[in-house]
Structure formats: C-alpha cells, structure tokens
Design a protein around this ligand. Structure first.
Ligand code: ATP
Ligand code: MG
Length: 383
C-alpha cells in the first residue's frame, strides 16, 4: 500500500483547539461552497464548549442551518441571538449568532463616521447610495470585516467569528479595506468631490467621459445624484480611511486567526492555494487549514481479491466493483491535492473533515463537527 493509501481520507492531522481558546477574532475564508459557513458555526460551538462567550457572524447560511442557529426570525437577524441549545451544553461558555446584513452595517458605518445627523442623512438618503450600498463591488466583504470590528470593540465578546461571503475570488476579502482606500483616492472620485466651481472647470478626461456616459445611459438626474453622493461621502472620507486602517491593523493582530477552508477538488485547491499565499504575503496570521468534504478511501483490494473478481459477469457485483474503483481513484487524487495544500499551510494545523452522509444542518451535526475540529489526532502508536 502506498503512503498516500495508508493515510486514510478523513483522518485528522491537527487541531484548532489553540485557535479557539486563544484568539479573540477568527475569520473563515476560502473558495465557494466548501463549508466556510458550516466551519464558522462549528468553531463557534467548539469555542462555547471551551467556556468562551462567542458570537458567530454568518453570511447567507443555508436555511436549515439558519433555523438551527435561531436566525429565521427575519428583521432582527442581524443582531446577536443566543443559541440556547449550544449554551446549555457548555459549562461556562455561550454561543450567539447573527446574520450579516451588509446594507445595515454600511448605514451604521456612515452614521458613526458622520460629524452630525444632517451629514449622515445626506449620504443615506441619496438614491445612488441606496442603489449601490448593498451591491458595491467588495461591499459584502468589507461589511463582514466592519461587523467584526463593531463586535470586537463592543467588548461584549471573548471571541468573534466571522464567516465570509461566497466571493468570485476568495482573495477579495483580504483586499477589501485597501480597496476602499484605493477607491477614495481614485481620480474620478477626486474629480467628483471637488467644489462646484472647480468641478465646472474640471477637464480630467476620465471623469468627463464617465459623466457623459452616465448622462447618456441614465439621464441627468442620476448624474446630479451621483455627484451629490460623492460630495456627501467626502465629508466622511477621513473617518472611512481611519476605520479602514484600524480594521487592517486588527486583522493582523496576534490574537486574530484566519482559517482557510477548502475542499480537496483541484479547482478549490488552486484557489485556496492562492489564498494561503496571499495570507502569508500580506502578513495576516494563519490559524489553520480545514480540508472539508473529503471522500473516504475505500478498502484496498489485495491481489487475491483482484484475481477472484477478474472474470465477473455483468450484474450488481460488477457494478459495485466499478464504483469501488472509481471511488478509489477519486479518493487517491484527493489525497494528492490535500498534500499539495498542506505544504502551503507551513506550520499551521491542518484539519481534515470527511464528506458526511448528511448535510450539517442542526446543533447535533455542528457539535460532531466541532469535536473533529478541536480534537487532537492520537500520536502514532498510541491507542
Ligand atoms: N463535511 C460535510 N459533509 C457533508 N456536507 C457538508 C459538510 N460540510 C458542509 N456541508 C454542506 O455543504 C453545503 C455548503 O456548506 P456551506 O454553506 O458551509 O459552504 P460555504 O463555503 O459557506 O458556501 P458559500 O461559498 O456558498 O458561502 C451545506 O449544505 C452544508 O451543510
Ligand atoms: Mg457561506
């Protein structure tokens, strides 16, 4: 049997127990659909059971998971709700959960950075702001981080865990604060925020082309609203920049941990690999790597077995054998992908989670996953 075959799919190589006990901020990030939300919730369960008062910020959880976390109530879902079923199972800890509402978070950010109510209302009531605040490129990512900052500075929590949105590129999250500052420094933005008289004289080709195009496509009112929006935003620009810097520093603190989640499929591994590189390059602390949805490696067939099965006639047994071979090939390919990822995780713990038969959608399922995330694998030779 090869080394790869000996290391069975679903075995755990590490543990996130130190991250869950020590950190005060955890962000789960990774490619789409690999289990970021599920991992964030399971880490929350593990932390509560380790005695910590924990809040998990979820982004668009699957419905049944939202129900299990008590987040189906709609309007107030963006405020922390206790998850009594988890708190009850924890000696000192508590689990609370909320659902990210990017627009409401953006509104609160505008209010907190405005000098007065009128200044805030000018931004909030602008039709352009209302149209773009939820859909601005990177806004979801930035607001997930902003929410984390809000909860962290409230001083109410031992640990804040933030799940991240299904981005086209997982790396968007890391770049969100810098992107906001970059946007505020963009020539079009600068041209749009200068005073009325200067604005009339602006000859910057890019901004006049931009305005001409907007006018053609959407009509003059939109142009006025747009210019007005950028001007009102200029009042809070200093505050936004300061906040982006604070957030950027917070994300690099020793007590923060990024947990990269991936599946062992080649496409996800490629993206998670880029993300791991970027986390290191940009100086974010890597708390660990979770490889989720791993197919179990079927029992290997001996030469004798192969001999016995060589001349099967068509029928269920032959079908079963073909399925066994396919699954073995898939599971072995996954092992190779996992090894490539592990090499990129450097010294950080790597936790491997099997593809389970059922969706993880209730507290019971989360408790099971939580144990797998924080248990240490037995050292070789112990029993
Ligand atoms: N180990 C597992 N075994 C079986 N099902 C799982 C496992 N982990 C997660 N799932 C299921 O996979 C689905 C996707 O998980 P989840 O929503 O956590 O992924 P995500 O990375 O947050 O996705 P998105 O990028 O869309 O936000 C869910 O239905 C979840 O219950
Ligand atoms: Mg998700």
């Amino acid at each position: 049997m090869s080394d790869v075959e000996q290391r069975h799919g679903g075995e755990r190589d590490g543990s996130l127990v130190d991250v869950v006990r020590r950190c005060d901020l955890i962000l789960t990030c990774g490619p789409g659909g690999v289990g970021k939300t599920t991992t964030a919730a399971a880490l929350g369960v593990a932390a509560a059971r380790a005695g910590r008062r924990t809040v998990v910020v979820t982004v668009d959880p699957a419905r049944r998971l939202a129900d299990a976390l008590g987040l189906a109530q709609g309007a107030a879902a963006d405020q922390p709700h206790q998850v009594p079923e988890v708190t009850r199972r924890s000696t000192d800890g508590e689990l609370w959960a909320l659902m990210l509402d990017a627009e409401k978070t953006f509104d609160r950010l505008v209010r907190s950075q405005s000098a007065n109510r009128a200044q805030a209302e000018a931004v909030l009531n602008n039709p352009v702001y209302q149209a773009i605040s939820g859909s601005l490129s990177g806004a979801q990512e930035y607001m997930a981080i902003e929410r984390l900052h809000e909860l962290h500075v409230s001083g109410e929590w031992d640990l804040v865990i933030v799940d991240t949105p299904p981005s086209r590129h997982a790396i968007d999250l890391l770049e969100a604060p810098d992107r906001l500052v970059g946007f505020l420094g963009h020539p079009i933005y600068r041209a749009l925020t200068v005073g009325q008289r200067t604005f009339a004289k602006v000859t910057d080709a890019a901004s006049s082309m931009f305005l001409w195009a907007v006018k053609r496509l959407a009509g003059p009112q939109i142009v006025e609203d747009t210019v007005e929006f950028f001007r009102s935003l200029a009042n809070i620009e200093g505050g936004l920049r300061r906040r982006a810097k604070e957030v950027s520093k917070l994300l690099r603190a020793d007590s923060t941990a990024f947990v990269v989640v991936s599946s062992p499929r080649a496409e996800a591994v490629g993206e998670a690999g880029h993300l791991l590189d970027a986390v290191g390059e940009k100086g974010f602390p890597l708390g660990g790597l979770v490889v989720n949805l791993i197919h179990p490696l079927p029992v290997a067939l001996s030469d004798d077995d192969e001999g016995l099965l060589a001349d099967l006639d068509d029928g269920p047994l032959l079908d079963h054998l073909a399925w066994h071979r396919e699954l073995s090939t898939l599971a072995l390919a996954e092992r190779r992908e996992i090894e490539a990822l592990e090499a990129l995780a450097a010294d950080a713990p790597v936790v491997e989670l099997p593809l389970l038969d059922v969706d993880v959608h209730d507290v019971e399922g989360l408790v099971g996953l939580a144990s797998r995330l924080v248990e240490r694998a037995d050292p070789p030779g112990s029993s």
